[in-house]
Design a protein around this ligand. Structure first.
Ligand code: NAD
Length: 475
C-alpha cells in the first residue's frame, strides 16, 4: 500500500480537486504510484498566512510544551516505521532495511531537537556600568521556508522541521515531488501529535515557482535548502534579495584517502558498503578513492568483490542490497560519466551499465586509471560509480583531495595516530571521518564549506540555525 498524496495547509489535508498535479513513479518498475496535487498560488498564500498565525501561537508556547508535542510525533514515527519505510521504498527505490533506518533516525532527530529546544540558552554579560544588565537571548527567527530533495525523503525534511519547531518557528516545507509520500507520512505524525494548525505546512508544485513565491514573501525570514549546488546558488540569490537567513546543504564530491598502513580489506568492506548505500545517491557518499600504492591492489580487489556481491533489485525484495536509481536523470548521468571515463583511458573493472530495461537500475561500478580531470573525478556522480586511483605521498593526496570547489565530507583510513591527526586537519570539508563513516548523527553538526554550502543541521548548531540572537542592555 502506498499513501494518499495531499497538501497540508493550516491544519487541513487537501487532495487533487481542481488542482494541477503530476504522477509519482516507482523507480523499480517505472509505473505510476499515484497523482500528486500541486499547490496553486492561492494555496501558497494560504500556507503563508497560516504559517504567520502558527508562528504567533507556537513561539508563545513554552519550549517544554513544544517538546512534548514533538516527542509524541517521534513516538508516532516509530509506531508507523514499517508503513513509512514501505512508502519510501516504493517512491525512492532504496532497500527496505535502509528505509527503516532512515525512519528510525528521523524519530531520533525529532527527539534530539525536542530536548535541545529547552536548552536554547542565552547569557548574561557583565556590564561596564554598575547598573547595567546585559542579556543575550535567542528568539525564533520567524516563518521558515524549506526545500528538500528526493534521496532522503524523511531525513532531510525532519532536520529542518524539527530544528525550526524546537526553536519556536513555523515552517512551510516543499518536499520533493518525486518522493512526496514519505514526507506526507512524516507530517501526519506531527499533525496527529497535536501540533497547532499553521505551524507546519506541506506543499508541492513546480519547484522554481514555489520557491520564488515563498522566498519572496515578506513573512518568510529563513530559507533552508538541501539539493544541488546550482539550485542552491539560485535560492541563495533569492534569499539575499530579501536579506533572509539561509542554510544551504549542497552537493559534494567526497574524497577517501586510504593510507598504506591501513588494513586494505577491512577498509574496503567498510567504505564499499557506505559507497553503495542508497545506490550512491547520498550527498556525503564517498566518491573519489585515493589509495596509497602499497595497498592499492589489495584494496581494489576486495572493493570489487564487494561490488560484485551487491544484490540489485526492488527495494521491497528481501535479498536486495541495492535498489534502482531514483529517476531516469541519474541513469543518463551514470552513462555520461562512464563514457567520459572510457574515452579518457579509464578501465571499467566491474559494472558500468544499466541493468534490465524496466525501472532505473544501474550496476555497482568500479573504474580505475581515470585522470584527475575526468568527469568522475571532478563532478559529483550521485550514483553507484566508484573511481579508485593510487597515490604516493601525504602532501600529494592532500592537494588532490582538496583540489575541487566542494567541501562537504571526506574520509581517511590509517592506523598511525599522527597521520590520523594530520589528515583530519588537512582535509577541507565540513565533516571528516577518520577511520569512521559515522559523520551524520542527530547530535553533531552536519554541513559543508566551499561550494557545498553554509550553515549546519544537527547538533546545537541545527537549533541555532533557527534562532536570532538578541542583545538587551537593561539599565
Ligand atoms: P536538480 O538540481 O534539478 O534538483 C535538486 C533538488 O532541488 C531537487 O529536489 C529539486 O526538486 C529541487 N529543485 C530544483 N530546482 C528548484 C528550485 N528552483 N527551487 C527549489 N527547489 C528546486 O537535480 P536533480 O536531478 O534532482 O539531482 C541531481 C543533483 O542534485 C545530484 O547530482 C546532486 O548533486 C544534487 N542533489 C543533492 C542532494 C543532497 O542531499 N545534497 C540531494 C539531491 C540531489
Amino acid at each position: 500500500m502506498y499513501t494518499d498524496l495531499q497538501l497540508y495547509i493550516d491544519g487541513e489535508w487537501h487532495g487533487g480537486a481542481g488542482r494541477k498535479g503530476e504522477e509519482v513513479i516507482n523507480p523499480a518498475s517505472g509505473k505510476s504510484l499515484g497523482t500528486l496535487p500541486h499547490a496553486s498560488r492561492a494555496d501558497l498564500d494560504r500556507a503563508l498566512a497560516a504559517a504567520d498565525k502558527g508562528l504567533a501561537v507556537w513561539r508563545a508556547t513554552s519550549a517544554y510544551d513544544r517538546g512534548k508535542v514533538m516527542r509524541k510525533a517521534a513516538d508516532l514515527v516509530r509506531e508507523r516505521v514499517e508503513h513509512i519505510a514501505r512508502v519510501m521504498v516504493q517512491e525512492q527505490g532504496k532497500p527496505f532495511a535502509e528505509a527503516r533506518i532512515e525512519v528510525v533516525t528521523t524519530a531520533d532527530i525529532i527527539d534530539w531537537f525536542a530536548e535541545e529546544g529547552r536548552r536554547a540558552y542565552g547569557r548574561i554579560v557583565p556590564g561596564r556600568g554598575k547598573n547595567v544588565r546585559q542579556l543575550v537571548l535567542q528568539e525564533p527567527v520567524g516563518v521558515v521556508a524549506a526545500f528538500t530533495p528526493w534521496n532522503f525523503p524523511t531525513l532531510t525534511p525532519v532536520r529542518k522541521i524539527a530544528g525550526a519547531l524546537a526553536a519556536g518557528c513555523s515552517i512551510i516545507v516543499k518536499a520533493s515531488e518525486e518522493t512526496p509520500g514519505s514526507c506526507v507520512e512524516l507530517v501526519k505524525c506531527f499533525a496527529d501529535a497535536g501540533l497547532p494548525k499553521g505551524v507546519l505546512n506541506l506543499v508541492f508544485g513546480i519547484p522554481a515557482e514555489v520557491s520564488e513565491h515563498l522566498i519572496g514573501a515578506d513573512s518568510v525570514k529563513k530559507i533552508s535548502f538541501t539539493g544541488s549546488v546550482p539550485v542552491g546558488k539560485l535560492l541563495a540569490g533569492l534569499a539575499a534579495k530579501g536579506m533572509k537567513r539561509a542554510t544551504m546543504e549542497l552537493g559534494g564530491h567526497s574524497p577517501v584517502v586510504v593510507f598504506g598502513d591501513a588494513d586494505p580489506e577491512k577498509t574496503a568492506d567498510t567504505i564499499a558498503a557506505f559507497k553503495y548505500r542508497n545506490a550512491g545517491q547520498v550527498c556525503i557518499s564517498p566518491t573519489r578513492f585515493y589509495v596509497q600504492e602499497g595497498v592499492y591492489n589489495r584494496f581494489l580487489k576486495r572493493f570489487t568483490e564487494f561490488a560484485n556481491n551487491v544484490k540489485l533489485g526492488d527495494g521491497l525484495d528481501k535479498d536486495t542490497t541495492m535498489g534502482p536509481l531514483a529517476n531516469a536523470r541519474r541513469l543518463d548521468a551514470m552513462e555520461a560519466i562512464v563514457n567520459d571515463a572510457k574515452s579518457r583511458g579509464g578501465k571499467i573493472v566491474t559494472g558500468g551499465k544499466r541493468r534490465g530495461n524496466q525501472g532505473y537500475f544501474f550496476e555497482p561500478t568500479v573504474i580505475t586509471d581515470v585522470p584527475d580531470d575526468s568527469k568522475i573525478m571532478t563532478e559529483e556522480p550521485f550514483g553507484p560509480v566508484a573511481p579508485i586511483v593510487p597515490f604516493k605521498s601525504f602532501d600529494e593526496v592532500v592537494e588532490r583531495a582538496n583540489s575541487l570547489p566542494f567541501g562537504l565530507a571526506s574520509y581517511a583510513f590509517t592506523t598511525n595516530t599522527q597521520t590520523a591527526t594530520m589528515i583530519g586537519d588537512a582535509l577541507q570539508s565540513g565533516m571528516v571521518g577518520v577511520n569512521s563513516v559515522a559523520i551524520s548523527t542527530p547530535e553533531t553538526p552536519f554541513g559543508g564549506i566551499k561550494e557545498s554550502g553554509y550553515g549546519q543541521e544537527g547538533g546545537i548548531e541545527g537549533l541555532e540555525a533557527y534562532t536570532n540572537r538578541k542583545f538587551i542592555s537593561q539599565g
